[in-house]
Design a protein around this ligand. Structure first.
Ligand code: SF4
Ligand code: SF4
Length: 389
């Protein structure tokens, strides 16, 4: 496993980090995967207070196998849940209990999007709290994870003496959110950058339209789409760790193979030239940039927002029949009582602020309804409920 050096601390970090947002459903499989990742040199694990069951699962496995000292744990403060400074301690202590650790290596404010939010945290006393925690050794590094505009990132990165930051970045998002300009500015300031969403919620691994897949295959037969996405990142200087939400051994092995020769400048000119037409093919195919993060859920009306968007996108990428099948069978719209379909959106707007991708969810759900709930939809739904239970 290649490692990079945290320029601020000298920590040696594996270039491939383990994103713990969605572990496999099977506890044994999760355990085997984490053990294999550590055995293969992965030493950076990224979780968060709000990822369901994630901190507790990671803590249990590390404790059971006595591996705490072999890894760096990154987890995040859900600052929207903090009304007073006492909440920082309450949540932090709960996290340490879940993770079965006295200290957190890399602690982030979760999903902060602008200077205003940081100013509010300053007024609540977050800087004194961090200083106290660092002095007692319970937090080793302090940073933030970011989903916002490039301007917001450029303001935030200058606003404090950050130990590190975490941004969404991949070949589709080169100029979106923090983007390349954000990465460069952080690097100039000597701030390590951790990358999240390298595969855009899996789209860049398993959801490429046929045109994009063909371009990659012609350029390097046998190389996976995920590997292309990782290589695009590691090709650039300034990237410290790339997180991958691996949930199978095949994915872990594929990611490890890509990480084996990770270094800036690893792409040839011909390889770099493949990306612009791939990006164009993806832009043409994907209508809604939902990553399936679930931050917008639950919807008070029961709408399965990410499920609706996934089916809608599938209807363009893989064809209308595939999208409609996914909508009917994979989103819960066929549930006899619950109202998971796009049509049930009342346009209340409660979800809009929660979306890190700044998707206008109510408007897009109207588009989903129009495309995936045509006139003949109700009789089909009735038949599915009657004959398929
Ligand atoms: S706008 Fe629609 S999808 Fe969003 S919370 Fe309201 S009802 Fe749910
Ligand atoms: S709509 Fe936004 S918040 Fe909801 S799952 Fe998609 S990307 Fe996440």
């Amino acid at each position: 496993m290649q490692t990079t050096t945290d320029p601020k601390t000298g920590d040696r970090l594996s270039v491939l980090g383990f994103g713990c947002m969605r572990f496999p459903m099977d506890a044994g499989k999760t355990e085997r995967l984490i053990l294999k990742a550590i055995e293969s040199g992965v030493n950076y694990f990224d979780t968060a207070y709000i990822y369901p069951g994630s901190e507790a699962t990671l803590g249990r496995i590390l404790e059971k196998h006595n591996l705490r000292d072999k890894v760096h744990i990154a987890t995040k403060l859900p600052f929207q849940k903090c009304k007073t400074a006492d909440d920082f301690d309450r949540i932090f202590n709960e996290q340490r209990e879940r993770l079965k650790t006295a200290y957190i290596d890399y602690y982030l404010i979760h999903n902060i999007s602008d200077l205003k939010a940081w100013r509010h945290l300053q007024e609540m006393g977050i800087e004194a709290w961090i200083q106290r925690r660092k002095a007692e050794g319970t937090i080793r590094r302090f940073g933030f994870s970011f989903h916002g505009s490039q301007r917001g990132f450029l303001d935030l990165i200058e606003a404090a003496d950050w130990d590190f930051c975490q941004i969404q970045y991949n070949y589709m998002d080169e100029n979106y959110q923090a983007g390349r300009a954000g990465l460069y500015r952080a690097t100039e300031l000597g701030i390590p950058v951790v990358i999240m969403e390298p595969l855009l919620g899996g789209k860049l691994a398993t959801g490429l339209p046929p045109k994009a897949l063909k371009l990659f295959k012609e350029a390097a037969p046998g190389r996976s789409a995920a590997s292309w996405a990782f290589r695009w990142l590691w090709n650039q200087p300034g990237i410290t760790v790339v997180l991958s939400g691996m949930n199978g051994e095949d994915q872990l092995e594929d990611n490890l193979a890509a990480a084996a020769d990770a270094k800036p400048g690893m792409l040839t000119e011909a390889e770099s030239a493949v990306f612009p037409p791939v990006v164009a093919a993806l832009r043409e195919a994907y209508k809604i940039s939902c990553t399936g993060c679930n931050y917008c859920m639950p919807c008070p009306q029961g709408v399965n927002i990410p499920g609706c968007f996934a089916a809608y996108n599938t209807s363009f990428v893989m064809g209308y029949v595939s999208g409609m099948t996914q909508y009917l069978t994979g989103t819960g719209v066929n549930h006899p009582e619950k109202k998971h379909g796009a049509r049930n959106c009342t346009q209340c707007g409660a979800c809009v602020k929660k979306c890190p991708q700044q998707i206008n969810i109510p408007t897009e759900l109207k588009a989903v309804t129009k495309r995936l709930e045509p006139l003949w939809f109700k009789p089909i739904l009735w038949a599915i409920r009657k004959f398929m239970g």
